[in-house]
Design a protein around this ligand. Structure first.
Ligand code: ATP
Ligand code: MG
Length: 308
């Protein structure tokens, strides 16, 4: 485990019966990192998060938290709170009681509970709703209660499973900013599952792309956008300019390939397959993406990738 890693998945496999939901997940998450997990429905994102939270046990492999192996350790004993798409707030408790809940479970006394909950209601700007029932709140206010409830134990890591997907577009953008600022100010690690590429790319330090239980690529948004590891990743990001190219042969400048509507001279050392071989080529004018974290616009220029 590298020195600044807070999480390590070591060859983790999760099966449900014969079905492999997560296949050999092998990666680390750095302390204070914002990691987004993306992939199509059913590819294993929630299962990965649930294993980290202790809600599922890996079938094989090991998970380490802060250097300690946590396989089999109960969820209440590992301080990895999770914020769900459905929020899963307790409807029969007030806002304040919801936020105090996990402190109560840990035997924290009434006065301290109340004081610590108030601090997080303040931070999330929902103090005025402390005595309300959950049913009397808007979607955005509920979202803030869910965050306060998860953060009240001051965990080192927060797991978020599509936390904004139920919100309308306007509120979504506002809550993205709230989450980004929160993560930066608190310096805690976020593991954030989302279907939204713009969400992942604008908020995360690194993005994991999954498909059918496998991790296809992990990298910074820039790396993934510039150099998708394979055709699946390129298509997942919405790249239409992928051509089936044929390697024609060697010329003075290197190997020459042709594809529908064009020709391309290739440096010799990057061609695999030799004459008559086939490759997938991706050409594109890169779009600009403004990072919410740095304000930088990234992803300018042209890229050209090839696989097979
Ligand atoms: N308890 C379970 N028993 C059997 N199969 C399960 C169980 N939980 C998940 N699966 C299966 O494992 C696969 C991965 O599920 P998971 O919930 O991790 O997907 P996901 O990537 O979060 O999808 P979505 O984007 O739709 O939320 C799915 O095919 C799902 O049907
Ligand atoms: Mg899911």
């Amino acid at each position: 485990m590298t020195s600044n890693a807070i999480v390590k998945f070591d060859n983790v496999v999760k099966k449900f019966g014969d079905f492999v939901a997560v296949e050999r997940a092998d990666f680390e998450i750095a302390q204070g990192e914002f990691l987004a997990i993306m992939g199509s429905s059913g590819c294993g994102k929630t299962t990965t998060l649930r294993m980290l939270a202790g809600l599922e046990d890996p079938t094989s492999g090991n998970i380490y938290l802060d250097g300690e192996r946590v396989n089999g350790r109960a969820t209440w004993d590992r301080d990895t709170p999770m914020v769900w798409q459905s929020l899963a707030l307790f409807p029969f408790l007030t806002v304040q009681e919801n936020v105090e809940f996990s402190l109560k479970m840990r035997g924290v006394g009434k006065a301290e509970r109340s004081q610590r909950a108030r601090k997080w209601l303040d931070k999330m700007q929902i103090t005025e709703f402390a005595d309300r029932n959950i049913a009397q709140l808007s979607g955005g206010q509920r979202q803030r209660v869910a965050l306060a409830r998860a953060l009240v134990t001051e965990p080192k890591i927060l797991l978020l499973d599509e936390p904004l997907s139920a919100l309308d577009a306007h509120l979504k953008v506002r809550m993205q900013a709230v989450l980004s600022n929160l993560q930066r100010d608190l310096g805690i690690t976020f593991v954030y599952v989302t279907h939204s590429m713009s969400e992942a790319f604008s908020m995360a330090d690194r993005v994991v792309i999954m498909s059918r239980g496998q991790i296809e690529q992990i990298g910074t948004p820039e790396e993934i956008y510039r150099q998708p590891h394979n055709r699946f990743v390129a298509e997942f990001l919405g790249s239409a300019n992928i051509f089936d190219a044929v390697i024609e042969g060697q010329s003075d400048t290197g190997w020459a390939v042709t594809y529908e509507g064009g020709q391309h001279g290739d440096p010799r050392d990057r061609i695999a397959g030799g004459q008559g071989g086939r490759q997938d080529h991706l050409y594109r004018q890169r779009r600009k993406h403004a990072s919410q974290r740095t304000g930088q616009r990234r992803g300018r220029g042209r890229s050209h990738c090839r696989w097979r």
